[in-house]
Design a protein around this ligand. Sequence first.
Ligand SMILES: Cc1cc2nc3c(=O)[nH]c(=O)nc-3n(C[C@H](O)[C@H](O)[C@H](O)COP(=O)(O)OP(=O)(O)OC[C@H]3O[C@@H](n4cnc5c(N)ncnc54)[C@H](O)[C@@H]3O)c2cc1C
Length: 327
Amino acid sequence: MIYDNIIVGGGPIGLACGIEAEKKGLSYLILEKGCLVNSLYHYPVNMTFFSTSEKLEIGNAPFVSHNHRPVRREALEYYRRVQTTWDLNIHLFEKVLNVDKSFNEEEVYKIKTSKGEYLAKTVTIATGFYDIPNLMHVPGEDLPKVKHYYDDPHLYSFTDVAVIGGANSAIDAALETYRKGANVTLIIREEEINDRVKYWVKPDIENRIKEGSIKVFFQHEVKEVTPTEIIIEDMNSKELTRLSNDFVLAMTGYQPDFDFLQRIGITLSDDHIKAPEYNTNTHESNQEGIYLAGVVCGGMKTNSWFIENSRVHAEMIYENIHLKLKK
Ligand SMILES: Cc1cc2nc3c(=O)[nH]c(=O)nc-3n(C[C@H](O)[C@H](O)[C@H](O)COP(=O)(O)OP(=O)(O)OC[C@H]3O[C@@H](n4cnc5c(N)ncnc54)[C@H](O)[C@@H]3O)c2cc1C
């Protein structure tokens, strides 16, 4: 069988793409390497979205949340309901390894996965950015006490925790672990807490710092992690400080799988953003028939796209695929 379209990634935007393919009557398959909305599943267990629930809706399925802003648990429930409603053609726990052009009677893409091979006339890449953490590249980063994904605060109760970073994930982790009894120190490269920290959270962290409940080292970087300590450096004076430490929560952000994008022929900008090349009207990449959807479109600028503002990619892409395949 040759599918009209294969979607790589079963996150919110991959599902939105499946819905649009369904609406256009295209044959399609979503391939997801983990569980349904795998990235959301791996978010911190108590995480609250900054978006209100209606901004996370796809496929006209109403998202009812108990609070103004939904929590992870509600979002998982919601996207499960979307899947039940639309009965999307999806294979879970099947990783796409490569996409390449094979020339049979007609030009089609061959999609190689961890479980098999598929053929498709077009491919949509909706692989997000949550699988690869930005590393600190310091000795000791591979110790088991260094975490790039923060999950449940209980693990850190009554221990010395260093939280690295000054953006939303770091501040949420610092406040939550502090409230569960951890002794928290924030290590931030910048001079102040990031301006993009949620407006209702920023005063909370600033006041905890002011009252000394959470310690902070601004303009400091991690130099080394040992089994019992973390060594940090003042970025101006180069003075080193050693702190007693049980856990390091390195909330230093994540990046798309650039190797995968390059392997399938997507051109990336040669600056530090590594923005993938695509037509902003159709989201078709420099590879004809390969489309980019969702947060993967931002390259290293992972805050430019989110569910709220990238849901529309699906309509743009499937309008174009429909036109192309009708010819
Ligand atoms: C902590 C946090 C809070 C956020 N809060 C909000 C918010 O409040 N509002 C908002 O709009 N956005 C928010 N975002 C951003 C948004 O949730 C994510 O960017 C969203 O998940 C993007 O959807 P996506 O479908 O583009 O990517 P993802 O949800 O990351 O989906 C990509 C999927 O592709 C799969 N995949 C990757 N590679 C392969 C492969 N080779 N083969 C098969 N499958 C693959 C992954 O397993 C994943 O399921 C938040 C992000 C984070 C990290």
